[in-house]
Design a protein around this ligand. Sequence first.
Ligand SMILES: Cc1ncc(COP(=O)(O)O)c(C=O)c1O
Length: 308
Amino acid sequence: MERSEMHQFLPYAWFRGECVPFETAKVSIATHALHYGTAAFGGMRAIPDPQKEDTILLFRADRHARRLSQSARLLLTDLSESTVTNALESIIRANRPLKPIYLRPFVYTSDLGIAPRLHNIETDFFIYCIELGDYLSPEGVTCRFSSWSRQEDSSLPLRGKISGAYITSSLAKTEAVLSGYDEALLLNSKGKVCEASGMNIFIVRDGNLITPGVDQDILEGITRASVIEIAKSMDIKVIERPLDKTELFISDEVFLTGTAAKITPIRQIESTKFSSKRPLMSLLREKLINITEGRDPNYEHWLTRIEL
Ligand SMILES: Cc1ncc(COP(=O)(O)O)c(C=O)c1O
């Protein structure tokens, strides 16, 4: 079996209510969630404050904790926002990261044995951390439309980051990479543009920012919501509406947003290349970087500062 390049895991994980060495945080092969995808996860970034030693900045921790808590509710289990934020803080203090990291909080059916269900079952919660620089090239990516479409909200609770849903993302991403592209774009079941394998999508047409609305089977991305809010504050018109595939090919700029991807331009979709001049995306990206690195006092409330 092929193995991808190993991540740099941080030494401590949050497991069964405490910080333990990463290597000792193990689950059984009979773990229910492993078989049925009955789990939900988060994905957050934390960076050492470039302005202040021994301080870690977490971007929109409250929103991430809320989404995970809501995802847990969709799996019929309880995980309070404060349980998530307290564990995040503990694990950051234990690891004292010196580089940008990605945190992966995970809630799952931890019971052993068979039968797909969400009732009468034990659940648990853990967090591990990896070092993470750029997930996609900041210079831009090439994309193709996937032959797989995004699931519908009627078949899966798409407002949560439910593990089982990521089979579609995995199929789409691999199909894209094996056919020579960097990323996949998925349509929804109605044939409208939805999102990429793990990012939301925006286009620019005539100076307006357009993105599929939250009723288009997208994940309600926290970066997406932040970009919309930033753009509106800069008097950029933001339109949330169904997006046709053809509109992508004739747009002035196309870019992806996500915690891992930050703001990543799309250079090319199938045989259509886009201009390397991306004035609106560049403006938004610069603003977002300043905010996440703690240099914009107007958005200080989006950051959690953890003093080590
Ligand atoms: C399917 C999917 N869409 C969009 C996103 C972007 O969401 P966020 O900005 O909250 O990271 C992600 C990543 O979490 C994702 O997995």
